[in-house]
Design a protein around this ligand. Structure first.
Ligand SMILES: [Zn+2]
Length: 115
């Protein structure tokens, strides 16, 4: 089975609230991800967070059908103690940021300089 990358309408996203991350950050995280690795990692994240993940509040799209983007704040934020990285769920239909799940393992790895 081949899965084509979900097409996201970034121009439309600009009109939406950037509730968790700025849209340019979301776009760059999504576009820089290796599609094969990203799909596998996203499957793991979906299972891990399925009990907390919400459906899109606008169209009701189920969490499993949302786009899961692995994302972290910029390098600068890490020296300011404002670091966050984890999983952002996006509704491709509404271009809405639904949930963000902090990945504490990922944060700790990055603090140790393993990124
Ligand atoms: Zn939606």
């Amino acid at each position: 089975m081949t899965r084509s990358p979900t097409q996201l309408d970034w121009a439309r996203a600009q009109a939406r609230a950037a509730s968790h991350f700025a849209w340019p950050e979301v776009r760059s995280a999504h576009e820089s991800a290796d599609p094969h690795v990203a799909h596998l990692a996203a499957d793991v994240a979906r299972v891990e967070h399925e009990s907390e993940a919400r459906a899109c509040p606008t169209c009701g799209c189920a969490p499993a059908s949302l786009v899961w983007v692995s994302i972290g704040t910029s390098d600068a934020s890490w020296t300011q103690g404002d670091e966050r990285c984890g999983w952002l769920t996006l509704c491709a239909r509404c271009m809405a940021q639904v949930d963000f799940f902090l990945d504490t393992d990922m944060v700790n790895e990055r603090r140790r300089g393993n990124w």
